[in-house]
Design a protein around this ligand. Structure first.
Ligand code: C2E
Ligand code: CA
Ligand code: CA
Length: 860
């Protein structure tokens, strides 16, 4: 296009040269000059166009490369800029190729084509690897060489114009115009370059607007140039015509000058203003675009640094995570190791057979917990097996542990084995027991046989020997068995024997041995009896129970029993001796009339006789009201005021006093003591009621000793109630004294009866405290109101030991809210001490001896 325009411009210029030539040779020279100039101008034009095109090609390439250098893909960059970079690159490339194709200067075109070719293939091959500098340098090299070429051509044109023969002023002026035009073109090219660059790079600039501006500028430029050329050639032609017509300027030069003077300034001004407008616009655009470019670049940089920051953050996070992970792993490893160590030690101990240690700690990481639990489970199973084995070894087949299976498969299979073993064991044992039983037992009655009886007696003697106890043998011989046997036959005889065996066995206490010696002879071996008297009682019971009729299958029969009692008071006798003694005794019993007992030992026999006699006499005394009650004062330790009177039993047998210590135990061995207790309760309450009626001891109580046997009997509460009812005495003025021993022997009954008595309003005193088994700690549980400290402590009050004990008793009694009486106070020193110790009341010979009612003093 440009070429053609310039070509058009050249025609009038050439013509101008021809017209202006004064001579032929001058005119030819002008023609040559203009032809050469025309050619050079054309070439220059092409070079300039090419330079422009190449620069244009660089722009998208550069953009692509630059975005890649920023780490942005071509697609991203295209999206970011709002147009397709690759397409743009292709477009600029084909523009360059089009110019190259028309280029009149083949040499230049070839060079440019070659250089660009290399460049383009490098860009296509891998722009990312391409140095931006290299690209720049290459394109700059191309444009530089084109610029140089254009400069050179301009020089050629200028010099051609100035050195043309004849130097036609017109040609010179035209050349000057061309130079101006070239400057304009160059400026235009720069402008276009800039605009194009902005168009490409400026994301915000509208490429269409820029391109329109550019095209407008170019069009204007071309118009101005053609007008310039036309006005120049027109002016020159007019000048020549006027010259040839002999009018106007005298010479060609003058004609041209005039014409130039008329047109040039205008044209140049026009051009300048045109381009100025274009520049201003471009400046504006450039500014806007530059800002946009900077923003875009900053944005890219920002994104890049953000990416870098993010990367940094991510890396830091990653690092922290890695450290945390490693730390956690180390921690877990450490905690596992730490937990595993005792676990390993425990496992080692278990493997060495130590099952007793504490169970492994089951806390910690999951794996450790699992292992610990498993270990504990295993140990539990092993322990269980161990316990089962021990139980089996002991032969304790009834132990529940044998029926409890251990955990897991091992436990189950061991359990099966254990069951088998215990079954086998049990069977073996049963067999053994049967055999042993047969060897030691009487087949008819299932009682131990003679052999077993002798063995049991030997054991009992050995035990008695160790403990200094007595062993009693009751030889039992049935009376009249032979007759029954003969009358009803062996069958009934056997039944009689079995029945008697059962009755005998039912009459003794657990631990006593009942054996069949053979025939109608049985023996009872016991170490529970404390006196011949008790043995006699037992014998009497046996005689009674055997004497009961025996009835079965419509048959009723009756047998009797004779008992011979043998004893060893210290276990020194032999079993055979003892049995023989008892045998002798039973023979005597039979001889003396059957249905009775005889004691072998003479001394025991005497004692028993004495005892029986005493008991009989006491019974008579009680019946005949020969017993008396004496009363001993209980006084306040500080004030000496009479608080109560203890009733103590007195018996004068044929004018001779018998000590309660002698007759009370006798009475206690039979129900006599209950009668005695009942009598004492009634007598004492009546006495106090009488005294009260007489105005004596209006506040005092009477204390009656109640024996253990009486307390445990069902009659006590009724007896107490009856005594109170009969006497009309206020129940609060009655105290019953009981000893610790009885409470201990049958706590439940004793407590129940005591509570019933207390419910009547009667108080309970614990007698002889300190001599029995009641510990101070047990006191609070007993239903008692008063504590009587036994005289033995008072007697030795001066010893530090007893002093401390009494002090303690007093303190405890006060703590529990119990009343206190110190018994057996005989000296003033004892009284002083008790006063110091804050003992409530005292009783003893120091204050008063037990006295008959008429001798009792009301104050001391
Ligand atoms: P006890 O119940 O501990 O009675 C206190 C005994 O100590 C009485 O002996 C009394 O005379 C005696 N005594 C009192 N003050 C002193 C003293 O200062 N020094 C000394 N050495 N002794 C003192 P007693 O009267 O011979 O009675 C003995 C035991 O016989 C009584 O001990 C009691 O357990 C029992 N007893 C007495 N009368 C009866 C009764 O009617 N029924 C029952 N079941 N037992 C009775
Ligand atoms: Ca007493
Ligand atoms: Ca006492």
């Amino acid at each position: 296009m440009w070429t053609r325009l310039l070509g058009i411009a050249m025609v009038p210029l050439t013509g101008m040269g021809l017209v202006a030539a004064p001579s032929l040779s001058e005119r030819l020279a002008v023609v040559d000059a203009t032809t050469a100039t025309e050619r050079d101008v054309l070439a220059l034009n092409t070079v300039l166009e090419l330079r422009f095109a190449v620069t244009a090609e660089l722009v998208p390439v550069e953009t692509v490369l630059r975005s890649q250098a920023f780490g942005i893909t071509v697609d991203q960059a295209s999206g970011f800029m709002g147009f397709d970079l690759v397409a743009q690159m292709a477009k600029t490339r084909s523009a360059v190729d089009a110019v190259l194709a028309e280029a009149p200067v083949a040499a230049i075109a070839d060079t440019v084509r070659r250089t660009l070719g290399e460049m383009r293939s490098a860009v296509d091959a891998g722009t990312a690897n391409l140095e931006l500098d290299l690209v720049h340098r290459t394109y700059k090299g191309v444009t530089d060489s084109l610029t140089m070429e254009s400069e050179r051509m301009l020089d050629v044109i200028v010099s051609a114009a100035s050195t043309t023969a004849g130097r036609a002023a017109g040609a010179q002026v035209v050349t000057q115009h061309l130079v101006d035009a070239y400057e304009l073109v160059r400026a235009a090219i720069s402008e276009v370059e800039a605009l194009f660059r902005l168009t490409i790079l400026g994301g915000d600039a509208d490429p269409t607007v820029a391109r329109v501006d550019l095209i407008g500028a170019r069009t204007l430029y071309r118009l101005q140039l053609s007008q310039l050329a036309k006005s120049s050639s027109d002016g020159i032609r007019t000048a020549i015509e006027r010259l040839e017509a002999g009018e106007g300027p005298a010479t060609f030069d003058a004609a041209v000058d005039g014409q130039v003077a008329a047109t040039k300034p205008l044209s140049v001004l026009q051009l300048a203003s045109t381009f100025k407008a274009s520049f201003t616009r471009a400046d504006m655009l450039r500014e806007v675009t530059r800002a946009a470019t900077e923003d875009a670049t900053a944005l890219v940089h920002q994104r890049r640094s953000e990416a870098r920051d993010r990367l940094g953050r991510d890396l830091t996070l990653l690092l922290v995570l890695a450290i945390a992970t490693v730390g956690t792993a180390l921690l877990i490893a450490w905690s596992i190791t730490r937990r595993l160590r005792p676990l390993a030690a425990r496992a080692q101990a278990v493997s060495e057979g130590d099952l007793r240690g504490a169970p492994a700690d089951e806390r910690g990481p999951r794996e450790v917990t699992l292992v610990a639990r498993a270990l504990n489970q295993t140990v539990a199973t092993l322990r269980h097996i161990d316990a089962q084995a021990a139980t089996l070894a002991r032969g304790d087949l009834d132990d529940e542990i044998l029926s409890v299976p251990g955990a897991g498969n091992l436990g189950a299979s061991i359990h099966a084995t254990v069951q088998e073993l215990s079954k086998a064991w049990r069977e073996g044992e049963e067999l053994q027991q049967r055999l042993a039983h047969q060897a030691n037992h009487d087949l008819l009655t299932s009682l131990p046989n003679r052999k077993a009886a002798l063995e049991a007696l030997e054991h009992a003697l050995a035990r008695a020997n160790r403990h200094g106890d007595a062993v009693w043998v009751l030889f039992c011989d049935l009376d009249g068995f032979k007759r029954a046997n003969d009358t009803f036959g062996h069958h009934i005889g056997d039944r009689v024997l079995r029945t008697c065996a059962e009755r005998l066995a039912a009459s003794v206490r657990g631990g006593d041995v009942v054996a069949r010696l053979g025939g109608d002879e049985f023996v009872i071996i016991t170490d529970r009896l404390t006196s011949a008297r008790e043995a006699a009682e037992l014998a009497r019971r046996l005689i009674d129970v055997i004497g009961e009729p025996i009835e079965f299958d419509g048959v009723s029969t009756r047998v009797g029993l004779s008992v011979g009692i043998g004893m060893s008071l210290d276990g020194h006798a032999t079993a055979l001796d003892l049995l023989r003694d008892a045998d002798n005794a039973v023979h005597r019993a039979k001889k003396l009339g059957k249905g009775r007992y005889e004691v072998f030992d003479e001394q025991a026999r005497d004692e028993l006789a004495l005892h029986n006699e005493l008991e009989q006499a006491l019974r008579v005394a009680l019946d005949h009201d020969d017993l008396r009650l004496h009363y001993q004062l209980v006084t306040d330790t500080v004030t000496g005021v009479v608080q109560g009177l203890e009733a103590l039993c007195r018996w004068e047998r044929d004018g001779v006093p018998v000590s309660p210590a002698d007759f009370i135990p006798v009475a206690e061995q039979s129900d006599l003591i209950n009668d005695l207790g009942c009598w004492a309760l009634r007598t004492a309450t009546r006495q106090l009621a009488e005294w009260t009626a007489e105005g004596k001891f209006p506040e005092a109580y009477v204390a009656v000793n109640v024996s253990g046997r009486h307390l445990l009997s069902d009659g006590l509460v009724d007896d107490v109630r009856a005594a109170l009812d009969e006497s009309g005495l206020d129940p609060r003025r009655l105290v019953i004294e009981i000893t610790e021993t009885v409470i201990v022997s049958d706590l439940v009954t004793a407590v129940a009866h005591l509570e019933a008595v207390r419910a009547l309003g009667v108080r309970v005193a614990l007698d002889d405290f300190g001599t029995g088994y009641t510990s101070i700690g047990q006191l609070w549980r007993l239903p008692i109101d008063v504590l009587k400290i036994d005289g033995s402590f008072i007697r030795h009050l001066e010893t530090a030991h007893d002093h401390v004990i009494v002090e303690l008793m007093i303190e405890v009694a006060h703590t529990l809210g119990l009343g206190l009486v110190a018994e057996g106070v005989e000296t003033a020193a004892q009284q002083d001490t008790l006063r110091e110790l804050n003992c409530d009341a005292i009783q003893g010979f120091l204050i008063a001896r037990p006295q008959p009612p008429d001798r009792v003093v009301t104050s001391v």
